[in-house]
Design a protein around this ligand. Structure first.
Ligand SMILES: [Zn+2]
Length: 391
């Protein structure tokens, strides 16, 4: 990663302009401060301020945010059943190189290329978020694992998976977070880029909506509503830090209604689902003997899903994500809206300035840069047969 180094470029331009205007007059060299100098000065200043913005922000407002990238200290492994496929898989998370992001490798398919955990790889969002490699090898139910990595501040990692679906574990991100906390993070030297939303970005469909509002930090507010007396309307809101993510969100489990579980199974889905990995709701009770982990566990799990899906933006988000009755498809549509409106966000990085201040640098902010990112975020459609959500 790099910055537009305008701090060195600017004095250099000014110096050149001044030198060009030194003239000899009566045996003396004098500086001619004419209109050309003034116009060049203003023009250069305008162009550079347009291309690169640097703000100083208080450390307090960004104190929980990393300025540098992180990976995990050593490899960790998990094994378990896939919620929908019912297939047992082993998953290993390995330390990743700087600037490599999160990528998936299908270790059971040696010919399959590694694939970045990025929105252009999304091929299905119906019950879970599924991404695919270029050669159409699927990696399904990515959201809880990606939420764990994103929520715990892991920027770079390689995820090896020997099957088509990430193990569901206990239906939450808790087991991933527990192990990630135990193994610890390793700080890297590269700057961490973050996607900072400047103006509201939204997507709505019927009475569902998802939007991101400008916010100095990362906050999620999720509202769900089900016509069931054990749920009704729930709203969960939290400012996200690794500690809060681990305490308030990570352990919230996925859930389903008993009558729907039967229908899903008849359709060949939820084959690995059980009371070990999902909260199951009957007409008048929670079927799981242990009950709920939080009174509003359902809304908290929605927050987990949103965080995991938005991790596919490839950059940590600075903004307030607000959702109502949203699903994976809505989250994907919001990401497409974001990609289509580069003037509403910047990629920024923080740099320590000493004392209590940090510099917030806009890494890429021009229309030109936005256009580049637009093509980056909206790649040519990948031809994968029978993928209904990529319309
Ligand atoms: Zn989920």
């Amino acid at each position: 990663m790099f910055f537009l180094q305008h701090s060195g470029f600017f004095p250099y331009c000014l110096f050149l302009m001044l030198v060009c205007n030194i003239q000899e007059l009566n045996g003396f060299f004098v500086l001619r401060f004419d209109l050309v100098v003034v116009v060049c000065f203003l023009l250069t200043n305008y162009v550079l301020s347009y291309r690169c913005e640097i703000h100083t922000v208080s450390k307090k407002s960004v104190q929980h945010m990393d300025s540098l990238q992180h990976t995990i200290k050593r490899p960790v492994s998990f094994a378990g059943i896939g919620l929908h496929s019912g297939k047992i898989a082993t998953l290993s998370i390995l330390p990743g190189e700087e600037n490599s992001g999160i990528s998936f490798v299908r270790s059971d398919l040696p010919q399959a290329a590694p694939t970045p955990a990025f929105m252009d790889r999304i091929v299905d969002t119906r019950l879970a978020t599924t991404i695919a490699t270029e050669d159409a090898a699927m990696i399904s139910t990515t959201e809880h694992l990606l939420a764990a990595l994103f929520g715990m501040g892991i920027d770079n990692a390689v995820v090896e998976l020997d099957g088509p679906e990430v193990p569901i574990m206990d239906g939450s991100a808790g087991p991933f977070v527990h192990v990630l906390k135990r193994v610890g993070r390793r700080r890297q030297n590269a700057c961490k880029w973050m996607l900072k939303v400047k103006k509201e970005i939204s997507f709505s469909e019927g009475d569902s909506f998802v939007k991101i509002l400008p916010y100095e930090g990362f906050k999620v507010t999720c509202e769900i509503e089900f016509n069931h007396h054990l749920i009704r309307k729930q709203i969960f809101s939290s400012e996200l830090t690794p500690q809060k993510f681990a305490q308030e969100i990570a352990r919230a489990r996925t859930f389903g209604f008993l009558d729907q579980v039967e229908k899903l199974r008849q359709s060949g889905l939820a084959l690995g689902g059980s009371l070990e990995n999902a909260v199951v709701i009957d007409d008048d009770c929670i079927v799981n003997a242990e009950g709920l982990r939080f009174a509003d566990e359902f809304a908290r799990h929605k927050a987990l899903d949103v965080i995991g899906d938005l991790a596919l933006l490839g950059f940590p988000l600075l903004g307030h994500v607000v959702t109502r009755k949203s699903g994976h498809g809505h989250h994907f549509s919001l990401m497409k809206q974001l990609a289509a409106q580069p003037e509403r966000w910047d990629l920024i990085a923080y740099e320590e300035e000493g004392g209590n201040r940090v510099l917030e640098k806009v890494v890429l902010s021009t229309k030109e840069a936005g256009d580049k990112l637009l093509s980056y975020l909206l790649p040519p459609s990948i031809a994968l047969a029978g993928q209904p959500c990529f319309a």
